[in-house]
Design a protein around this ligand. Structure first.
Ligand SMILES: [Zn+2]
Length: 226
């Protein structure tokens, strides 16, 4: 019966077959990296090309594919030391909200880290820095906020409409037109409470299923070998 390792081997071969020598490689696992989604920009937002590794799940947004060391450094850029270990927060590319939102996933907003790991991708990148992944916590509160924004993005013409409009970066004349701007304003007001309730319900289930949108990763130095 074609299950287990044999199936996985065949999948790895087909990924390799689909790649040309010029196909970029995943900085975490070195498998070929393919475009996941392309987002259309508006106003000051540029179009984005977002890659995802079909093998380890790493998501990379914007710009040039980093080297493995650069990717590890980017992942650890906000890491804080804690009792001999380090911990950092990241958007979880293997989350319910990433799957549900795709290009509308709130974590893909401009100004983000540009690297969204899965548990496996984080583990591989941390090993490059001599670190071993110890624990992954799924954070309910931040995950709900991100799920809420993702659900709103699914309904509006402009992603991150409320924060963009409140900051003045998005105005009626600068985005996708005045009609779209005012439609988004009405939709945001009407949908704010229902989507907040749905976000709490969905994300609670996602956290229980270890598919939360925001993870806290804790890692320790690998034991020294002789
Ligand atoms: Zn990978």
């Amino acid at each position: 019966m074609p299950i287990g390792l044999g199936t996985r081997r065949r999948r790895a071969v087909s990924l390799e077959d689909a790649a040309s020598p010029a196909t970029p490689r995943c900085p975490a696992c070195a498998e070929p990296l393919f475009v996941w989604i392309e987002t259309a920009g508006y106003g000051l937002h540029e179009d984005q090309v977002i890659d995802r590794c079909e093998n380890c799940g790493l998501v990379l947004t914007r710009g040039v594919i980093p080297t493995p060391d650069a990717a590890a450094a980017r992942l650890l850029s906000g890491a804080e030391p804690r009792d001999g270990s380090v911990s950092f927060r990241a958007a979880n590319a293997a989350s319910l909200q990433a799957w549900l939102g795709a290009e509308n996933w709130a974590a893909l907003r401009p100004g983000g880290d540009g690297i969204e790991p899965t548990r496996r991708a984080a583990s591989l990148l941390l090993a490059r820095r001599g670190l071993e992944l110890r624990r992954v916590r799924h954070l309910a509160g931040p995950g709900m906020a991100s799920m809420w924004q993702t659900l709103l993005n699914l309904l509006t013409f402009h992603r991150d409409f409320a924060s963009e409009a409140a900051s003045g970066r998005l105005r009626p004349g600068t985005g996708r037109g005045r009609a779209a701007f005012w439609t988004d304003a009405v939709v945001t007001v009407l949908a704010a409470i229902p989507t907040a309730i749905i976000a709490v319900l969905l994300e609670s289930g996602a956290v229980l299923a270890r598919r939360g949108g925001v993870i806290e990763v804790e890692a320790e130095p690998l034991p020294a070998t002789d």
